[in-house]
Ligand binder design. Sequence first.
Ligand code: SAH
Length: 240
Amino acid sequence: MLLPPHKDPMGAAIADYHRTGRAGTLRVFSSQFDEDEIPVDTLFRTYPEMPALEQRALTLATGRTLDVGAGSGCHALALQAMGKEVTAIDISELSVEVMRQRGVTDARAIDLYDEHLDDSFDTILLLMNGSGIIGNIDGMERFFQRMKRLLAPGGCIYMDSSDLKYLFEEEDGTYLIDVAGEYYGLVDFRMQYKQVKGDTFDWLYIDFDTLSYYAEQYGFATEMVCEGEHYDYLARLSMA
Ligand code: SAH
């Protein structure tokens, strides 16, 4: 499902920043965290400004590449500058329009799960806590079935995520996690930009071992490509 402009705070912030070079506050609310904000300029980061693990993912991308949830097109533009072939998709019509204006040659307003997207790709990128798009643990099957459909033979996925266990760290260095409860990386978010309020959505942060466990159930092998500076990592998933 696409996000119409009146329900798309991040797209509105991206469009404002693209048009004027600055933007107001993109506010983020969650039942698990205090109110936070996303600095809109970081959504326009250039290759040298990207975290090392994103740079690594872009360097490793080969062949036809799909950038899922491409936002302002920062990764797609960097890939094009490297001479790589990239299709950028996003459910935000506002963001897709900005991507086109910024020079992304193949930017499409389409949901990852929309079967009208039926090309096949050698590399699929999900960056900036890209595991979030899986939504929740129940979303694993749908996600991996979709990946199987979109990956060309021998293709692979690069996805980054964070292990949120640090939120549950006690003073003695142990982690207080309710293993009988919901998986601890499941977060709900809602965003607001100026008067534009988005709906609440689930966003999954997942530790490497839990990701590997589910990936294996759906026929994918998971490798750790590199770890970031704060419980974050880049994983490579390929059909086993
Ligand atoms: N990758 C970009 C943006 C990350 S924000 C960056 O690193 O800067 C996540 C993006 O995913 C948003 O632009 C949102 O609109 C998009 N998105 C969320 N669900 C999606 C889906 N099912 N299909 C395609 N895009 C999606």
